[in-house]
Ligand binder design. Structure first.
Ligand code: URA
Length: 207
């Protein structure tokens, strides 16, 4: 029988060697993702950028630094989070991954989520939100909101790079991250006395 560890190793190897779409031609390294295999929280970004492509690790550039800070600001330890992307290889010139590229790569993500079974999947930006929720997304309307699809909870945040380019978004992004922490505590039963997280989440959403 195939153990979870075997399944993880096979999946990782398949991602590293994948040649199913043209992104494999221009990549330096595929970026499978990293974090605990039993993480309660998965953060899903768009695609590896230049630094990620060079290092083979997700969110290690400027956006990644901001992500780490935003997580820490909400008392979420980055090392407890599994972080990955909708496509595992860098699109040339950091263009958004094409719908067909996302479609080809999506079984990898589905297999990762199947193995991890996270309590919450946080969709960081429009591309992951549209990929998962399969609808046109206006970030201004959807950030900070929770969605249920096929017994999985999703939560939408602005992509960390948005905070680098549009500084006025930073307080909103900080608040969204605090709401994510409350949602996570509520789902895991940690952190807050029973009912407290739910009440505070409701308070946020009515603002
Ligand atoms: N932006 C992303 O969406 N993912 C990364 O891994 C890095 C930057």
């Amino acid at each position: 029988m195939c153990s979870n560890e075997d399944a993880w190793n096979t999946l990782r190897q398949e991602i590293l060697e994948c040649q199913q779409c043209p992104l494999s031609k221009s990549r330096t390294h595929a970026v499978p993702g990293e974090g605990p295999q039993n993480a309660d929280l998965v953060i899903l970004g768009e695609a590896p950028g230049r630094n990620e492509d060079l290092q083979g690790r997700p969110f290690v550039g400027a956006a990644g630094k901001l992500l780490t800070e935003l997580l820490a600001g909400a008392s979420i330890d980055r090392s407890a989070v599994f972080i990955t992307n909708t496509v595992k290889c860098r699109p040339p010139e950091n263009r958004p991954p094409a719908p067909r590229e996302r479609e080809i790569c999506s079984p990898f993500l589905q297999r990762q989520l199947f193995l991890i079974r996270p309590k919450v999947v946080c969709l960081a930006g429009r591309v992951p939100a549209e990929t998962i929720l399969d609808t046109h997304v206006r970030m201004a309307a959807m950030h900070g909101k929770q969605f249920e699809r096929e017994e999985q909870t999703y939560y939408v945040i602005y992509h960390p790079a948005a905070g680098l380019y549009t500084r006025r978004l930073m307080p909103i992004m900080e608040q969204d991250m605090s709401k994510l922490k409350l949602l996570l505590d509520q789902k895991t039963g940690h952190g807050t006395p029973s009912g407290e997280g739910q009440r505070r989440l409701t308070d946020f959403s009515s603002r």
